[in-house]
Design a protein around this ligand. Structure first.
Ligand code: ADP
Ligand code: ZN
Length: 372
């Protein structure tokens, strides 16, 4: 394999990539690179447009994008709390009150995963569905949540319980947005990148290992290639299983079962990617125990998570009982069993239904649990 798959050079605009998501009449392109060339041409001048953004992103970028698209701006508070029925009601009020929108209008989601989910769901349901464009501004949204048309808000009984599959018209991943993204948020997004590497196979993971320092330094070309590779992988999965019907798309939940449990248990302690990183280490441990994953592979992935600055440990104070309660509350539950995405080898995920019992929790929690 070539060592230098993601060369460190001055940014070359020709590096920009455009990836097709082939979904019949719902097909669209995802642009990855620096700048938003082609964005204004992609939105019909005659359509009325509304940018939905959050306070942080809006302060930095709303004026520029609003000017570029001749769009009005609707701002919501930053954070997961905005994925609520209350906030959705307020968004609809602000969308509808000026009476300037119709079925030809376009909603522009400018922000991270929270905005993509909220604005996407509003677009899915406004007038029974209007077009929307994703301008993801976090690494997590660029590599994961903006691809594939999942939109949702949370309910007090669980995350993402109210939503719709609604594919965007186009996605622009402008890496210039990442310049203002706080380090912790950027690193959190890297967890989904590593997840993609694990699911995709050894070659992808090797690229990540070889480029680790350039990734941390946010080198333009390396980051562009890395995002494009993740988008290509996810687009292919979504093309095979758009609505998570065959199990193929469910593979993307690798590390998410325990990750979601940790997020639910301790809502303010971890960012999504951090919880998923811990969940991946647990899933790797379970994979070694249940589906004979080579322990050296588990070790290799754990090391990469660590090198890129992600947490890998389940904290000792995490109580097995509480984890059980939350895991059984997961919407994918099936009797007393939970469908875990495990790994037979790099690039070979399998879904295994695991009964939640003390042996399973013991393996998930890792060796430190033996002390308690
Ligand atoms: P995620 O994309 O991880 O699901 P959010 O949508 O909640 O998460 O975004 C994470 C945080 O980062 C929010 O506080 C948001 O306002 C902020 N943010 C998003 N994009 C940028 C950016 N490009 N620069 C600075 N802050 C940003
Ligand atoms: Zn995720």
């Amino acid at each position: 394999m070539r060592r230098d798959n993601w060369p460190k050079r001055t940014y070359n605009p020709a590096m920009a990539e455009s990836i097709q998501v082939s979904l019949g009449d719902r097909a669209y392109r995802i642009h990855v690179g620096r700048g938003l060339d082609g964005l204004s041409a992609a939105v019909p001048a005659s359509a009325s447009k509304v940018i939905v953004t959050d306070k942080n992103v809006g302060r930095l970028y709303a004026q520029k994008i609003s000017h570029m698209l001749n769009a009005r701006v609707l701002t919501v508070p930053a954070g997961e709390g905005s994925k609520s029925l209350g906030q959705l009601e307020s968004v609809f009020a602000q969308l509808l009150a000026p009476r300037d929108l119709d079925r030809q209008s376009v909603i522009v989601a400018l922000g991270g995963g929270v905005i993509g989910d909220l604005a996407g769901f509003a677009a899915a349901t406004l007038f029974r569905g209007v077009r929307y464009i994703q301008l993801p501004t976090t690494l997590l949204a660029m590599v994961d949540s903006s691809v594939g048309g999942k939109t949702a808000i949370n309910h007090e009984t669980g995350k993402n319980l109210i939503g719709a599959f609604h594919q965007p018209q186009a996605v622009w991943c402008d890496i210039a947005f990442l310049e203002t993204l706080p380090t912790r948020e950027y690193v959190s997004g890297l967890a989904e990148v590593i997840k993609t590497g694990v699911l995709s196979g050894s070659a992808f993971l090797a690229k990540l290992e070889q480029s680790a320092s350039a990734i941390v330094a946010r080198n333009d070309e390396v980051v562009t290639r890395m995002i494009a590779d993740c988008v290509r992988f996810k687009a292919a999965v979504v093309e095979q299983d758009e609505t998570e019907a065959t199990g193929r798309r469910a593979m993307l939940n690798f590390g998410h079962t325990l990750g979601h449990a940790l997020e639910n248990l301790y809502p303010d302690r971890w960012l999504h990617g951090e919880a998923v990183a811990i969940g991946m280490v647990a899933a790797l441990r379970l994979s070694v125990a249940r589906v004979a994953l080579d322990a050296a592979v588990a070790e290799r992935v754990t090391r990469l998570l660590h090198v890129l600055g992600l947490p890998t440990e389940i904290p000792p104070e995490l109580e097995a009982q509480a984890a059980t309660a939350v895991m059984l509350g997961d919407k994918k539950r099936d009797g007393g069993a939970v469908g875990f995405v495990l790994l037979k080898a790099l690039g070979e995920p399998v879904i295994q239904s695991c009964t939640i019992d003390s042996a399973l929790l013991h393996t998930l929690m890792g060796p430190r649990d033996e002390r308690t």
